[in-house]
Design a protein around this ligand. Structure first.
Ligand code: IMP
Ligand code: MG
Length: 172
């Protein structure tokens, strides 16, 4: 039987997200960046972080698939929904729920660079940097994760648990 162990409460998450938004707002003062959320996992994180910003922002979404219904990455990224905003000469911030192997983010950085933005930075709520297969360093991260498979607050396991307000470690 699988078990959910509380990992970050909704209050802890809000503190982390507000702090990230402050750092981003300071760094992008006077600018109007485009936040590109990676669906589906980042949808709650993105909707929270933009409400703490003190700068204007535009939003768009992109969707990739690599996991299927497993908890281990297949290592292949497929673009299943493209962005719609023209990011040429824009400052782009890619918003991810969890940066794990780095395969998704490195693929998306290359993909978006081909559209000639002014800059690209990466932002992830959770950083599993010990699991990187590609040496991506996040520009903004909320919380370092040393191990476990986390669900809730947008994060799923086989499309389950996304709507939980807190983040849990799923023990299968
Ligand atoms: P990557 O391995 O860095 O390419 O991460 C691919 C995707 O795996 C991310 O977009 C996450 O949505 C998902 N992922 C990685 N670790 C977890 C986890 O602990 N819980 C839920 N999703 C995860
Ligand atoms: Mg995901």
């Amino acid at each position: 039987m699988s078990q959910l162990i509380l990992y970050l409460s909704k209050d802890e998450i809000q503190k982390i997200v507000a702090d990230m938004a402050k750092r981003i707002s300071d760094d992008y003062k006077g600018k109007n960046p485009v936040f590109v959320g990676i669906l589906k996992g980042s949808f709650i994180f993105l909707s929270d972080i933009v409400r703490y910003l003190t700068i204007p922002a535009e939003l768009d979404f992109i969707r990739t698939s690599s996991y299927g219904n497993k908890s281990v990455s297949s290592g292949e990224v497929k673009l299943t929904k493209d962005i719609e905003v023209d990011i040429k000469n824009r400052d782009v911030i890619i918003v991810e729920d969890v940066a794990d192997t780095g395969v998704t983010l490195s693929y998306l950085i290359d993909y978006m660079n081909s559209k000639n933005p002014n800059s690209i930075k990466t932002c992830a709520l959770l950083d599993k940097r010990g699991y990187r297969k590609i040496g991506i360093e996040l520009d903004y991260y909320g919380h370092y994760v040393s191990e476990g498979f986390l669900v809730g607050y947008g994060l799923d396991y086989a499309e389950k648990y996304r709507c939980l307000p807190d983040i849990y470690d799923l023990k299968l």
